[in-house]
Design a protein around this ligand. Structure first.
Ligand code: URA
Length: 234
């Protein structure tokens, strides 16, 4: 796994699209390097990939990324009887994970994480962007109970401006949760920077850091609209 050491600082290119130059330290951001992950992201980006394949790939990528993000789950030791002997073995503590998809694209990542930890509780956060202020407004937020005792895994495949993620993290923090992680497949430098500044205590797991946002806040090269591609609503 590679920790981001350098991130570039914001300006605009000749088409008035935001772009980055310069350097900052980001130790809360981890780009997961694995040949299978890179291969699957390449397939995901391809405009020819069908809705069915896209959905399957998002799930598979979520398994690979979730494996990394769940590395430090709390453990408890139990006694197990093998066919030969009794032994002590660590298992994951009960009820210690909440998966929180940001609607709607985040829903595509839930099944993948559930494959790793099927007993996880699931919360949902729905946000829309206010036309005048461009700020994310909450329209739905339902989180599991006892969030103060859980690790929250917020999932959203695309970290673009970071504004929705920042709001989602604030909502999860307001529930009392103290251990929050974000898994996004592809991120723009602008989003990484914004989330790291607003919530430096949150660990961010990425498969790829892309070049920049365009003037409509899509990630370049990105993969288009993740929600549309997952749900076939293009
Ligand atoms: N959301 C998407 O689905 N795609 C982007 O490129 C940016 C935000």
């Amino acid at each position: 796994m590679q920790r981001i050491k350098k991130i570039i600082v914001f300006s605009h290119d000749k088409n008035n699209a935001p772009c980055y130059h310069g350097k900052m330290d980001k130790t809360n951001v981890k780009i997961i390097k694995h040949p299978l992950l890179s291969h699957k992201v390449a397939l995901l980006r391809d405009y020819k990939t069908s809705t069915k394949e896209f959905r399957e790939l998002v799930e598979e990528i979520s398994v690979l990324m979730g494996y990394e993000a769940l590395r430090d789950l709390p453990l408890q030791t139990i006694t197990v009887k093998t066919p030969l002997e009794e032994c002590r073995q660590d298992i994951v503590c009960d009820d210690c994970v909440a998966i929180i998809p940001i609607l709607r694209a985040g829903l595509g990542m839930v099944e993948g994480i559930l494959k790793l930890i099927p007993t996880a509780k699931i919360g949902h956060i729905g946000l829309y962007r206010d036309h005048d202020t461009c700020k994310p407004i909450e329209y739905y937020c339902k989180l599991p109970e006892k969030m103060n005792k859980k690790t929250a895994i917020i999932v959203d495949p695309m970290l673009a401006t970071g504004q929705s993620v920042i709001k989602a993290i604030s909502l999860v923090k307001a529930s009392g949760c103290q251990k929050i992680k974000l898994i996004s497949i592809i991120a723009a430098p602008e989003g990484i920077d914004a989330v790291s500044k607003a919530h430096p205590d949150v660990l961010v797991y990425l498969a790829n850091q892309d070049r920049k946002l365009n003037e409509k806040y899509y990630i370049l090269p990105g993969l288009g609209d993740a929600g549309d591609r997952i749900f076939g609503t293009e």
